[in-house]
Design a protein around this ligand. Structure first.
Ligand code: FAD
Length: 441
């Protein structure tokens, strides 16, 4: 079996490793168009902020280590430029030798990730604009911050990356403006929870511009915002979202779904049974509603990689769908999410009830106690949990417990019954997760 993989980072490299664990005979070749494989995208903001000291710490594997430890060939700076389905081959551009060639496959795994969206800003070329997607992007920004002596940034977009970068740029001593189009940061959060993150940003001296966009970069390189404000920033980080990097799949005639991702079945097969797709490029489905859903996160890519490897080796396990469990650290506050928020349920016309509480994350008398807010949405008839969010320290544990509860089909009342580890530095005899179960009656 000859298996070719397009993309050598989260989905692609994980898939190749999983396949090797399940099949020691398969010939596996990974193509990565950039110069670095298997790097921790998620760690890049923390490298830029100086929390991760060495860039090498972000690199989990190299082509040499993959060859030696796993007998997997990784060709970096090799870009797949065409999928030739009829011949079951791909055409590759070798950027080292500057030549193209063709490679045959029995199975092809497509994990090319996503591309950053570019906001509609007039005279964008007048500014020093960056995005943060590849290792190369990170190295360039890191170098420019130092060599160009950047002192201030305008973060365009208040999603996960914008928020993480706010903290990390402050840690690097850079003045931060954050411009967010909608009324609140992190649109997936309930508005009252986003407001807590906004307080935290302001407390940490981030200049927050809500309900505003950057309209243009003026001739004097100042930034004109839609609300009339003019701000100065040495550079812009564009973090307004991403879209699936699907052009090869599109040209190969594979079906693209309503959310813009490549359609796959529960085993990650596209409509060509010999081509699998995983990671940020695909459209998956919602664990709770079964409807199409796209969640560009690392857990999802890793799980899909495993599911594809199991199917290729003839021992399939189906993918069960996505809850969209996610977390973000904003200075001293953590925000975590699982499942649906109120407005998504309203949009779907799903009747729901809500329980909400604010408690200390651990015993109030133990040093460092702070406020944790928790909200759960559930079905009034069956108690089925539709979603939960938490903001504050200890948000991770609560949302992970509730994510497990949803996966195991526990009702909101059954949250009362969970036996959660307790000692004063960690929780209370009745954890906030238990308490919200009692509140939900
Ligand atoms: P990627 O990991 O992006 O890999 C795709 C690779 O394919 C790229 O290296 C690309 O160069 C290569 N490629 C593309 N086209 C071709 C081609 N034609 N030929 C050969 N190679 C090609 N997720 C979380 O869950 N938690 C986090 O905290 C988190 N933080 C993040 C922070 C940042 C700054 C970024 C950018 C992402 C973050 N993510 C996080 C998202 C997570 O990294 C992605 O969901 C995950 O990497 C997706 O895996 P993938 O394989 O689909 O794409």
């Amino acid at each position: 079996n000859k298996v070719l993989v397009i993309g050598g980072v989260a989905g692609g490299a994980t898939f190749a490793s999983q396949l090797r664990m399940l099949d020691d005979q398969a010939e596996i070749i990974v193509f990565e168009k950039d110069g670095t494989m298997s790097f921790a995208n998620c760690g890049m903001p923390y490298y830029l902020g100086g929390f991760v000291k060495k860039r090498e710490h972000l690199i989990a594997a190299t082509p040499e280590s993959f060859q030696k430890d796993k007998n997997i060939e990784v060709r970096i700076r090799h870009e797949v430029i065409r999928i030739n389905r009829a011949e079951k081959t791909v055409t590759i551009k070798d950027h080292i030798k500057d030549e193209s060639y063709v490679e045959r496959y029995d199975k092809l795994v497509y994990s090319p990730g996503a591309v950053p969206m570019v906001p509609d800003i007039k005279h964008l070329d007048r500014g020093n604009c960056y995005s943060l997607r590849s290792f190369k992007d990170m190295l360039k920004l890191d170098e420019h911050i130092t060599t160009k002596n950047y002192q201030s940034v305008c973060l365009v977009g208040g999603g996960f990356i914008g928020l993480e970068m706010a903290e990390n740029m402050k840690a690097r001593g850079i003045k931060v403006h954050l411009v967010q189009r909608s009324t609140h940061v992190l649109g997936l959060l309930e508005p009252q929870f986003s407001a807590k993150l906004e307080e935290e940003l302001i407390k940490n001296d981030v200049d927050l511009h809500l309900s505003a966009t950057v309209e243009q970069i003026n001739e004097d390189r100042t930034l004109q915002l839609s609300d009339g404000t003019v701000i100065e920033a040495d550079f812009l980080l564009l973090a307004v979202g991403i879209k699936p990097n699907k052009h090869l799949a599109e040209s190969a005639g594979l079906t693209i779904g309503a959310t813009g991702g490549v359609c796959v079945n529960e085993y990650m097969q596209t409509d060509d049974p010999d081509i699998y797709a995983i990671g940020d490029v695909i459209e998956s489905f919602d664990f709770i509603t079964g409807k199409p859903k796209q969640v560009p996160l690392a857990w999802v890519a890793h799980r899909e990689a495993y599911v594809a490897a199991r199917h290729i080796t003839g021992d399939p396990v189906p993918f069960r769908g996505i809850l969209g469990t996610a977390i973000c650290k904003v200075f001293e506050k953590d925000a975590a999410i699982v499942g649906h928020h109120a407005s998504s349920l309203q949009k779907m016309g799903v009747p729901f009830e809500t329980a909400e509480l604010t408690a200390k994350q651990h015993a109030g008398y133990y040093p460092g106690a702070s406020e944790l807010s928790l909200i759960v949405h559930f079905c009034p008839d069956t108690g089925k949990i539709y979603g939960a969010q938490a903001v504050g320290q200890g948000a991770d544990k609560r949302i992970d417990v509730i994510s497990t509860a949803i996966t195991g089909n526990l009702s909101v009342l059954e949250l009362q019954t969970l036996e959660i580890a307790y000692a004063p530095p960690f929780s209370a005899p009745k954890d906030p997760v238990n308490m919200i179960g009692y509140k939900a009656v």
